[in-house]
Write a protein that binds this ligand. Structure first.
Ligand code: B12
Length: 188
């Protein structure tokens, strides 16, 4: 059972919890999610796992099966309603099988997109069709000309017109960008 956020409605709840934690707490969002989702897992006799657990678990493949989603050219899964503005915060693993309806294949909005603005906004072309040039992205975002990415998030992701109502506010995007820039980056 996958657990995640669509849009940034989790943010104020996370911020309230964050205010009660030590300022130097490492990986605060992961810690909060593990705490909340771990508590739910205990109540239902499940085991909680996180997208940051090592070795990485195939969250995106699970989501493709669960929701009938497909990948955008950026590697982020495209949702018919939320666009690129959704992420996975954990999953509950059960020993028993739970009956669930097979998902209907979602309309893949990227197939209908002619201009592909998501592949045109990055100043260093970090996203090129089937690959992601992480060193190029890091170099640019950490550098003097990367202020826009650091303050408002990935320019390619923001160029996508879908799910605009769910777009994360700048502060939330800046938080996630800072997390993926840290040496042992854990994406969010
Ligand atoms: C490692 C990682 C990264 C690395 C990628 C390094 C690399 N070149 O491999 C870095 C740090 C660059 C990264 C960045 C981002 N990531 Co990331 N990342 C992951 C992580 C932790 C592991 C991926 C993995 O290896 N999975 C293991 C394999 C076995 O699982 P899989 O499902 O079969 O694998 C799929 C992915 O690997 C995907 N893939 C391959 N290359 C890339 C590259 C990128 C950038 C992405 C997003 C996916 C992707 O293709 C596979 C088949 O579908 C996942 C969480 C997870 N556990 O999956 C998040 C995850 C893929 N990331 C996510 C996100 C949102 C981002 C960022 C947008 C975060 C941000 N900054 O705001 C950025 C994108 C870049 C940017 N500058 O904005 C989300 C995607 C959600 C979605 N809707 O699909 C995930 C699922 C985390 C989450 N909490 O939901 N990420």
């Amino acid at each position: 059972m996958l657990i995640g956020n669509a849009g940034a409605t989790y943010w104020p709840h996370f911020m309230r919890w964050r205010a009660r934690q030590p300022a130097d707490l490492a990986e605060p969002l992961d810690t909060w999610c593990r705490e909340v989702i771990g508590g739910i897992a205990e109540r239902f006799g499940a085991r909680a796992v996180s997208p940051s657990d090592r070795p990485f678990l195939p969250f995106q493949r699970w989501a493709m099966r669960a929701e009938g989603l497909r990948s955008s050219p950026l590697g982020i899964l495209m949702h018919p309603e939320y666009g690129l503005w959704h992420a996975y915060r954990g999953a509950l693993l059960f020993d028993i099988e739970i009956a669930a309806e097979a998902p209907r294949a979602a309309v893949h909005l990227c197939d209908l997109c002619i201009g592909k603005p998501c592949l045109k906004a990055c100043p260093v072309d970090a996203y090129a069709e089937a690959s992601f040039d992480y060193p190029a992205c890091l170099g640019h975002v950490r550098g003097a000309s990367g202020a826009a990415c650091r303050e408002r998030g990935c320019l390619d992701r923001n160029a996508c017109p879908h799910g605009a109502a769910y777009r994360y506010p700048a502060a939330v995007q800046a938080f996630h960008m800072a997390a993926s820039l840290r040496p042992k980056a854990r994406a969010a």
